[in-house]
Design a protein around this ligand. Structure first.
Ligand code: AMP
Ligand code: MN
Ligand code: ZN
Length: 903
């Protein structure tokens, strides 16, 4: 389908010609006619291309050698034509020799170039040529969270690690983690990098190298002193003014009380916009006369990897200067003459990043600085922003909303000039007032000195290139509070590395290449299709579109990773894991059935399938056995909030009480205290049961039960007791209630050791069946059909007997009693098989009671059986070959027996 691109090209080219050549008047009309014709052509071409046989039909057609030959010739020709276009657009490589994917990429690249040209032409047409910079202004909400970062926002990577020249957060003031800002930018801004005489070195392998060639005001001559790591690699270079800063002492005059002089209004102050070398020389001469210079820097960090210093503002007492540092990037260093002069005071506000930017781009260093931000901190001021200081000392309300302006704009709009100016214009006055304030803090005599010390420390800062390590992406994960499995992390790491490499090579910021939230979205959803990657991005970053194939490969590779156990991120317990971002259901990405990347398939979860006793295969349950959806599976165990239809006053009271109870917060210790009597009671009950059982046995010696049974029974009960401890108090009380309702005689023998001893002492007892080590074997030994019941999971039984509505409580109890009687009778009769018979009895007794089945288990929850839920789990698990399940089944079987025996 290579035709449309070619068309586009043709149009673009022609359009450009038209735009350039057409006389002003007729242009609009002709362009419209031309566009209409072009659209018709495109539609025709697309239709023709679509008319070709496709899919299997195509394969069939191609099997005719004649057709195949013609098609081949034609496509060769088309590709050749495209190749010519590409060549004309200086796109590297021969399209004929490339793979299909690459061919598409080349065409795409060509399209991008052409579209850009179209845009330019349109701009030219709309009269923007003389002023190609079209200022765009918009109000934007810049969140301080990691979600900030639409490509249209000037500095979106503020939250990223590493920071690529991101704005100064250490000097950040409350306002700086701001909410609303004015987006002030322009279309068609020329990339300043293209004009740099010395190209930037974004490589992560090499450290930043100071480019200082002369060192005015030096105490030690200029030397590039490298620092090495353990492996002997140069990791950084010492600060060229390290020694001078070490020796620096603020001049005595600066440590004295100042006489603050209110600055002239900006309108009455001379401004020198320094954009030529001559003006720079002039500015230098003037600055040399000043003893105090206020300085500020404006920076751009979006369409660049490391950042670009766009503007330097300076103010003396009577003049403001704005240096165009895009133009004077390689000349600004001559200002070191004043900036490193220890006798001249430089005043900055929150200079941490300014210092780095100045040295990185302009080789400018500062010796003798007063940082008004540090001073505000030392003075314990309510807020530390420059805006606050200006309000405080000058009662000025300045608008800082243009912080996010695109400072690369040239010519600089007047608004930005004024804005930039106000950052330094009042700063000398602020410094004087602050110095006096600092000196007035009698409690701390050295406060002013300490501010100078802190400011000097800031001057010692060295610029370091952004650097990522193998674990850098994890910082992001930690911040998002989402949990990622290993595949998602694999993808994230891959994409993170791709983004880093791309940002460096294209000299763009991370935010421009791929904002964090989009990157996380891709890694989280692991789209199977390329389209899915695009669907994660809105708007789609140009480089993502361009390198979609590469990104897709990363995602596919991640999807291929075997899923290991979920990564539990080490985070503070208070930091709950947030659910994954809300899904956009209309998105192509949202595919509710594609959990393949999230969950390992598990085959050991409970199902409604029945294992056939004959074949050992799983069989579908009969339809009538499957509980209907609308059928109430079980009445709630506790109808706490179920107000009776006509409550008696008594009920009403009880209900209110329970309700109150349920809403009362009980501290763990209180709970413990509350439960103590209950536990005592339970123990007593158990002892009583044991005693009564002992008595019964003495009175009528029962057939010996297999030892394992007893053991397991005891174990089960123990489990139940354990479980009892872990259920809520309410439930415990309720259960206790139930237990108390039964007579002791209703209780089954619970243990074990004593009765066993008992039996051993009884000579009348028939020889026990051979003791098996594996209780399961006992189970299999049971003759006849009982086999099924013994290992059973309720469902199995259910398969042969359709469910009946659960009998009323009283009936059930009756039945229980009935069974109990039968059981006792059998025991009395000393049947050799009695043990197995009483086990089989439940089958005869009737239906499986679905009330006892916890159907939550059938939803495939992977929760481990615990506490009270143990039985339900056991019931759900019907996998004899699973060791755990085997154990559970045993437990279940015997606890069931016990339970049924109770009936
Ligand atoms: P300032 O010191 O306020 O003049 O800010 C200097 C530079 O820091 C600006 O040119 C911006 O590039 C950058 N900057 C300041 N504030 C922010 C912010 N809130 N977000 C991103 N960048 C900022
Ligand atoms: Mn600043
Ligand atoms: Zn500024």
């Amino acid at each position: 389908m290579p035709r449309p691109p070619k068309r586009v090209h043709a149009e673009a080219k022609e359009e450009q010609v038209q735009a350039d050549q057409l006389p002003e008047g007729s242009a609009a009309e002709d362009v419209e006619a031309f566009t209409n014709q072009a659209f018709r052509n495109v539609v025709g071409a697309t239709r023709a291309a679509n008319a070709f046989p496709q899919g299997t039909a195509r394969a069939l057609y191609l099997s005719y050698p004649g057709y195949a030959r013609v098609m081949d010739d034609l496509s060769q020709r088309v590709v050749g034509l495209i190749g010519n276009v590409l060549q004309a657009k200086e796109i590297k490589g021969d399209i004929k020799k490339r793979q299909l994917e690459e061919q598409f990429e080349m065409v795409q690249e060509c399209n991008d170039i052409l579209f850009e040209r179209i845009t330019t032409n349109l701009d030219i047409k709309s009269g923007l040529r003389r002023n190609p910079q079209q200022v765009v202004e918009a109000q934007v909400d810049v969140m301080s969270s990691s979600t900030a970062g639409e490509p249209s926002v000037a500095s979106p990577q503020t939250q990223e690690t590493p920071k690529a020249g991101s704005w100064n957060r250490t000097t950040g003031t409350p306002q700086r983690s701001m909410v609303s800002a004015r987006l002030f930018t322009a279309k068609n801004i020329v990339r300043p990098q293209t004009q740099f005489k010395e190209p930037v070195d974004n490589s992560g392998q090499t450290p930043f190298v100071p480019r200082l060639k002369e060192k005015p005001n030096s105490l030690k001559p200029l030397a590039l002193l490298p620092e090495y790591d353990d492996a002997g690699n140069i990791v950084s270079y010492l600060h060229p003014y390290e020694f001078e800063l070490l020796k620096f002492q603020p001049p005595a005059q600066q440590l004295q009380k100042q006489k603050p002089v209110l600055p002239e209004l900006m309108a009455n102050t001379e401004l020198l916009v320094v954009d030529t070398v001559e003006k720079l020389q002039q500015a230098l001469e003037e600055l040399r006369q000043a003893t105090q210079i206020a300085i500020d820097v404006e920076h751009h960090s979006y369409r660049t990897f490391m950042g670009i210093t766009c503007l330097v503002q300076m103010s003396t007492r009577n003049k403001d200067y704005i240096f165009d540092t895009l133009i004077l990037r390689d000349e600004m260093h001559i200002l070191n003459l004043v900036l490193t002069d220890p006798k001249k005071l430089k005043i900055l506000h929150g200079a941490d990043l300014d210092i780095e930017w100045l040295q990185r781009d302009l080789s400018l260093y500062i010796v003798n600085m007063f940082d008004t931000h540090r001073a505000a901190k030392a003075l314990n001021m309510a807020r530390l922003s420059l805006a606050f200081l200006l309000k405080n000392y000058l009662d000025l309300d300045v608008d800082k909303s243009l912080q996010l302006a695109d400072w690369r704009m040239r010519p600089l709009p007047q608004q930005l000039v004024d804005y930039a100016r106000q950052d330094t214009h009042f700063l000398i006055y602020v410094y004087e007032r602050m110095t006096n304030d600092l000196l007035q803090q009698q409690a701390e005599p050295g406060l002013l000195g300490s501010v100078y010390q802190l400011s000097t420390d800031v001057c010692k800062k060295r610029y370091n290139k952004p650097h990522i390590g193998p674990e850098s992406h994890m910082d992001l994960v930690r911040k998002t509070k989402r949990s990622f499995d290993n595949r998602q992390l694999y993808a994230l790491r891959g994409i993170f590395e791709w983004r880093d490499a791309t940002a460096r090579s294209e000299d763009e910021s991370y935010g421009y290449v791929l904002p964090n939230h989009m990157m996380l979205q891709i890694a989280e959803s692991l789209p199977r299709e390329m389209q899915g990657i695009l669907a994660c991005c809105n708007p789609i970053p140009p480089l993502v579109r361009q390198q979609l194939h590469t990104l897709h490969q990363i995602v596919l590779k991640a999807r291929d990773q075997p899923l290991v156990k979920p990564i539990l991120e080490a985070r503070s317990s208070t930091q709950a894991s947030l659910p994954p971002s809300t899904k956009d259901f209309s998105s192509k990405l949202y595919c509710p059935h594609d959990f393949s990347h999230q969950e390992e398939t598990r085959d050991d979860l409970p199902t409604l399938l029945k294992r056939s006793s004959a074949t050992g295969k799983l069989e579908l349950p009969r339809e009538e056995d499957v509980p209907k959806e609308d059928q109430l599976i079980a009445t709630p165990a506790m109808a706490l909030f179920d107000k009776p239809a006509k409550p008696t006053p008594e009920e009403e009271q009880r209900w209110a009480h329970l309700r109150k109870e349920s809403q009362t917060l009980r501290m763990p210790y209180k709970r413990y205290l509350a439960i103590l009597p209950l536990m005592e009671q339970l123990k007593e009950d158990q002892n009583a049961r044991e005693r009564s059982e002992l008595l019964k046995r003495r009175l009528c010696p029962a057939a010996p039960e297999p030892e394992q049974n007893i053991k397991l029974e005891g174990h089960t009960i123990k489990q139940e007791e354990d479980a009892m401890y872990s259920v809520p108090l309410k439930e415990q009380l309720k259960r206790k209630h139930q237990t108390n309702g039964k007579t002791d005689a209703d209780q089954q023998p619970t243990t074990s050791k004593r009765s066993r001893k008992d039996e051993n002492t009884k000579p009348r007892v028939k020889p026990e069946p051979p003791v098996k080590k594996e209780p399961a074997e006992v189970v299999h030994q049971v003759p006849g059909e009982s086999d099924d019941e013994v290992v059973e999971v309720p469902i199995e039984r259910q398969a042969t007997e359709p469910p009946k509505p659960p009998p009323a409580q009283s009936k059930k109890q009756q039945k229980r009693k009935q069974f109990q009687r039968g059981f006792k009778a059998k025991n009395r009769g000393n049947h050799p098989q009695s043990s197995s018979q009483h086990i089989t009895h439940p089958k005869a007794e009737g239906n499986f009671d679905y009330k006892n089945v916890d159907f939550r288990q059938f939803k495939g929850g992977a929760q481990r059986a615990r506490g009270t839920e143990i039985k339900q789990n056991i019931r759900g698990k019907n996998r004899p070959n699973n060791r755990n399940n085997k154990q559970f089944n045993k437990l279940f079987t015997f606890s069931n027996v016990k339970k049924d025996g109770k009936k």
